[in-house]
Design a protein around this ligand. Sequence first.
Ligand code: MGD
Ligand code: MGD
Ligand code: SF4
Ligand code: MO
Length: 709
Amino acid sequence: MAGREKLSFCRMCMGHCGVVVSVDQNNHLQHIRGDHEDPQTMGYACFKGMKANEAHNSPDRILKPLKKQPDGSFVAIKLEQALDEIAQRISRILQDKGPEAIAGYKGGGAFFTASSVTLLNSLLAAMGSAKMFSSVTIDQSSKAVAMGRIGTWPAGRDAFHRGEVLMLFGANPLLTLSTNGFDNRNPMKRLKGARERGMKLIVIDPRETETARFADVFIQPLPGEDHAILAAMLNLILTEGWQDSEFCQRYAGQLDELRAAVAPFTLEYASQRAEVPAVKIREATELFARDSARGSASSATGPDMSRFPNLAEHLIEALNVVCGRFIREGEEVPNPGVLLPRYPRNAEVLPAQRWWEEGYKSRVGNYGVIDGELPTGIMAEEILQGGEGQVKCLLVHGGNPASAVPDQHKIVKALKSLDLLVTIEPFMTMTAQLSDYILPPTLQYERADLPLYIYEHLVTPDPYTRYTPAVASVPAGAEVCDDAHYLLGLGRRLNLSMRVFDQPLNLQSQPTTDQLLEIATRHAPCSFSDIKKADRGLLFDRDPQFVGPRPTGSTHLFSLMPEDVAEELQQILSLVPATQFKYRMASRRMRDTLNSACKDLPSIKARTPRNPAFMNPQDMQRESLMEGDPVVISSERGEITLRVAVDPTLRCGVVSIAHGFGSLAGQDGDSASTNLLISTDRHCATINAMPRMSGIPINIKGLAADKSL
Ligand SMILES: Nc1nc2c(c(=O)[nH]1)N[C@H]1C(S)=C(S)[C@@H](COP(=O)(O)OP(=O)(O)OC[C@H]3O[C@@H](n4cnc5c(=O)[nH]c(N)nc54)[C@H](O)[C@@H]3O)O[C@H]1N2
Ligand SMILES: Nc1nc2c(c(=O)[nH]1)N[C@H]1C(S)=C(S)[C@@H](COP(=O)(O)OP(=O)(O)OC[C@H]3O[C@@H](n4cnc5c(=O)[nH]c(N)nc54)[C@H](O)[C@@H]3O)O[C@H]1N2
Ligand code: SF4
Ligand SMILES: [Mo]
């Protein structure tokens, strides 16, 4: 029997590219290409997405559950035996130390499995443990903090496809397909379409990124200075009267406090801080606030990884508030929810909730809970600090904390000290190497799925969803199962009453992946079987939602300048540059790798063998460095050695490096983890303990060019 082609979609990032996969006569994955007839992504697929067959068929893939032996080696064991043993060990820890001794960490690999995305949270909750961590709090949880401090407009910000302008701080959607406020489906096509209808683009980034190349105004600041730029923009707007006065009158609280707080931030001050021409900040502000009536300011990881990320996000939203850049009464809500339930969208403010101020507080640092989770910035300390509530067992789902969590030596020490570390993971990652048990899951094309529905309005602005069946078989002889099976299998053995997607689940009759997905579609406008039948998905555009009028009695206002935000802004004014450091490191992503994943696949390794230290040619000349020279990069926290790569798109004074490389030992040939440069003891944000992961003061020192690393 010859091979066949089947339709599916890629679940490695928010792009959700529609693809055509070819399988051979044994139903094993052969090739992947973009599906030109896909109504959402119109043929786009990136290189790493098209090479996912290498991951599926990799000789390095873990195909049987593994158990660590006393000598550190791993042996394969039966799947049900692995679950029995793990459940027994968890049970013992629960009995001896209580639920607080069990923690969970969920990473990117877990988010893109719709049938299991919330199961680790449910498992922990059923045990009575609040120690749930995820990659979100070492990513952009500052956006949630900002909403919790300023308030929410339920209909959302002005939509990408209707805005006259879009202002992006530290985001590169053309490469990363993940920006809130962008249309990430085939992003180049969407951006070109938007520019053709006249949308203007403003980009603020230390690097002239793939996205910045399309900008009408491009500001190239030092990383870590967005607050100064944002405060100066707000100051200029309020001084010139470019705000939307009518919107402010109805909805903006503490406008006078905001005005007073940003008053010291003149264009000249911001220009000095960020080392950019004042006139550029003026130009961007004029285009955004004076010359455009609609379109929002947004960001991705840039400002959220730098110091005071919660302040930066607050000021971004404050810009949207004072300029009234929200979907207004009578306007259509772009994606009101297909799998997620619809809720009332009226022209009103839902007041700042400050969720973290109530309820559970962590024993380390007294942090509260955000979206049901504790900040990952404290996870290592939760494991290392002795006493009641010390974490003894960590269950990792689709993540690689040994690589992803800042302060690498500390997190690795913590992971090594655990009584039990279990990882649901297809490859021998840094975290897997430290685990007592590794449970290998099916990979994306081997399982049925839905889009990342918990963030469905970020995946697509259309009221659209789709299902994919498993389109390929697992490799011959593999003993793997869908992630959900592992998590529910543990729940059953521990006799827990788990809830799935807020519904109680009968664990005795192990649900299939399709049964779980059916629960996930319970709010959909049609049946699960109808969704399954549509092989390129369904658009539910017959019943649009329009923003309702402000309900009578709804008098809530945005909190533009609460006391803690004002304090942070004040602190910014007194920050002095670390003069002992000559450069700042900026975080960035590379096209062909995905955090710590993909990089060992042959075709990816050929393109991206290492994470170089990108530098501007002038800086290289000043330091007498040539392309490929090794350099020692040192921060307050540690040092790594990388090879230099020339990047004329980068501004002077900044070294740009991607994370996700290196090894447990730290250095790995000529790649290394930037997390060795980052501290979780100092420079962490309040509320979400976000470490300073970009804009890090560093020095660089060239090594003899011929030195092998
Ligand atoms: N220094 C520094 N550190 C950073 C960042 C930075 O910019 N700089 N970025 C941060 C950000 S934004 C993030 S999101 C985190 C990422 O943090 P993590 O998500 O913890 O790290 P990843 O490397 O993405 O790990 C994902 C893992 O999921 C596995 N996987 C893939 N598919 C599946 C699957 O179907 N099931 C299961 N169970 N596993 C699967 C992959 O093999 C991979 O090992 O890192 C953060 N860390
Ligand atoms: N190819 C690829 N795609 C990915 C990923 C990947 O690893 N590879 N990872 C996925 C994940 S987990 C995430 S969270 C998203 C992230 O998506 P993005 O945030 O778009 O990712 P980056 O490319 O790191 O873009 C951040 C930009 O911020 C700039 N920057 C750094 N520091 C600062 C600062 O202080 N201020 C300002 N204004 N800019 C700054 C950097 O130069 C960079 O261009 O991407 C996702 N998509
Ligand atoms: S952009 Fe993202 S979703 Fe699209 S093919 Fe690449 S990894 Fe997959
Ligand atoms: Mo991320």
